[in-house]
Design a protein around this ligand. Structure first.
Ligand code: NAD
Length: 489
């Protein structure tokens, strides 16, 4: 069996590895470790022309896969879960250096990939339709059928799970997939996942990984035989994909950026709130769509909260993530670091007080706390995608809700309080796809319908039986009667 990813010379850490793939004929992509600048691997790069070949193979393979019994599809996904569970290092050893992930974050991500595979194995055996009432003596039913070839485009920050959360459910319900990971993380976001599924017995052609940039993604979006695009990434790129897909009448799932608020109510335990806030803002260097990017703290708690948060920021260790004592690693590249630093600098110029951080060494950006942040400053309004906690104070809860909703984004919100039911009522007034009461904003599980509203997402949710069925199948209405219906003419 030959999947598009032929595997690797996994020579890490003794020098760059080589991943070759007959499906990718566009040249060579050099993958560097953000922590050191060292070359981690060389990978065959795809060209737009490779998209045609991959889609043609996928289309052919999909027919047989869709006709396979549910337990045949489940067996592949379950085997992949067991292989990864038995040897998490097969993904960790790429994920840590390639995406600059601290060990804890990377292990959590690998656990999510295992759960995703298990949940999707279970998805195959779920009921996939309903019997409908009819005014005629006939069988009337609606069933879910595979879409065909699903194009998956994924980002760099949680490359393993953000690819697998589209790949696994799409395969589970009988589709084939062409996956374009981020060019900075083609291994943990694609090649290593395909290698795992191949080893688990996934038949040829059902998952092709095409490492490459936006042009390859655009070719996938434009391809007439790819009726569905499952995209996770930035809001600007999502808009471009939406624009390209609209005239083609394609289904698109767009899971996009966020600027997530952490609301600290006056009755919250400040110490616990500061700890939740630090985790929510700094984990994985703030490079998470659900990162707490706006802290709204009641004026009565503000001084204590910001002092505690700044102390936590100062105490966090930042460095090469292959050294397990480092809690945070590097940001992904210089462009990203420049953007973070520009936003921090502009916000300080706009009147904010820098309480911690605001400086960097190479790609290692120190966890940063900004107090007295103007609500119209860049750090408060924009998605920073860096380890920055901007804090704003408020006097009334109504004012806080207004500030939270005054954002183009609507992904995740955390509310910290000693009155959880009051927070539950407030959740109904908040424009956000996800709300966590007495937790920070970063969370995910394979069983939940992950997703945002407004500029954070549209077109489908990922995770859990219902959302996965809705996102990765079409509905077919079937009627059946025993003889041909008679008509007046
Ligand atoms: P990005 O949008 O630049 O890239 C994501 C992927 O899209 C990459 O594979 C990239 O090559 C591809 N791409 C970029 N432009 C494209 C185009 N015009 N056509 C087709 N493909 C294109 O994202 P990034 O900045 O690298 O990643 C971070 C962003 O992703 C942040 O905004 C973050 O919030 C968001 N994100 C969202 C979620 C979510 O679930 N909502 C999860 C993780 C990251």
């Amino acid at each position: 069996m030959t999947l598009s990813t032929a595997g690797s010379d996994t020579g890490v850490p003794g020098g760059p590895a080589r991943w070759s793939s007959p499906a990718a004929t566009g040249g060579t992509l050099t993958v560097t470790e953000p922590a050191t600048g060292n070359v981690l691997a060389e990978v065959d790069e795809a060209s737009s022309a490779d998209v045609d070949r991959a889609v043609a193979r996928a289309k052919q393979a999909q027919r047989e896969w869709a006709a396979a019994t549910y337990d045949q599809r489940a067996a592949v996904l379950r085997r992949a879960a067991r292989l990864l569970e038995a040897d998490p290092d097969r993904l960790l050893r790429w994920l840590v250096p390639e995406s600059g992930s601290a060990r804890g974050k990377a292990s959590f991500e690998v656990g999510l990939v295992v759960s995703e595979l298990d949940e999707c194995a279970a998805l195959t055996s779920q009921p996939y339709g309903e019997l409908l009432q009819s005014t005629k003596p006939r069988l009337s039913l609606a069933r879910r059928v595979p879409i065909g070839v699903v194009g998956v485009i994924s980002p760099f920050n949680f490359p393993g799970i953000l690819s697998m959360r589209s790949v696994a459910p799409a395969l589970a319900v009988g589709n084939a997939v062409v996956l374009k990971p981020d060019p900075r993380t083609p291994i943990s976001g694609g090649l290593a996942l395909a290698e795992l599924l191949t080893e688990a017995g996934l038949p040829d052609g059902l998952l092709t990984v095409l490492p490459g940039g936006a042009e390859v993604g655009q070719a996938l979006v434009a391809h007439p035989d790819v009726p569905c695009i499952s995209f996770t990434g930035s809001t600007p790129a999502g808009r471009k994909i939406g624009e390209a897909a609209a005239p083609l009448l394609k289904r698109v799932h767009l899971e996009l950026g966020g600027n997530n608020a952490l609301l600290v109510l006056p009755d919250a335990d400040v110490e616990a709130a500061a700890s939740a806030a630090a985790w929510g803002s700094f984990l994985h260097q703030g490079q998470i769509c659900m990162t707490a990017g706006r802290h709204l703290v009641h004026a009565s708690l503000a001084d204590e909260f910001t002092a505690l948060l700044a102390a936590k920021a100062e105490a966090v260790t930042v460095g090469d993530p292959t050294d397990e004592s480092n809690v945070l690693g590097p940001v992904i590249d210089e462009r990203q670091r420049e953007q973070i630093h520009r936003i921090v600098t502009d916000t300080v110029s706009a009147g904010a007080t820098l309480l911690a951080g605001g400086k960097y060494d190479g790609l290692f950006y120190r966890p940063t706390v900004l107090a007295n942040v103007p609500v119209d400053s860049p750090a408060f309004r924009q998605e920073i995608f860096g380890p920055v906690a901007p804090v704003v104070t408020y006097d009334s809860v109504d004012e806080a809700i207004e500030i939270i909703n005054d954002s183009e984004f609507g992904l995740s919100v955390g509310i910290l309080t000693s009155d959880a039911f009051r927070a539950f009522e407030l959740a109904g007034r908040i424009e956000s796809g996800m709300v966590h009461i007495n937790d920070q904003t970063v969370d995910d599980e394979a069983t939940i319908p992950f997703g945002g509203t407004k500029a954070s997402g549209v077109g489908g949710r990922f995770g859990g039986t219902r959302a996965n069925l809705e996102s990765f199948t079409e509905t077919q209405w079937i009627t059946m009667q025993s003889s041909i219906e008679r008509y007046p003419f």
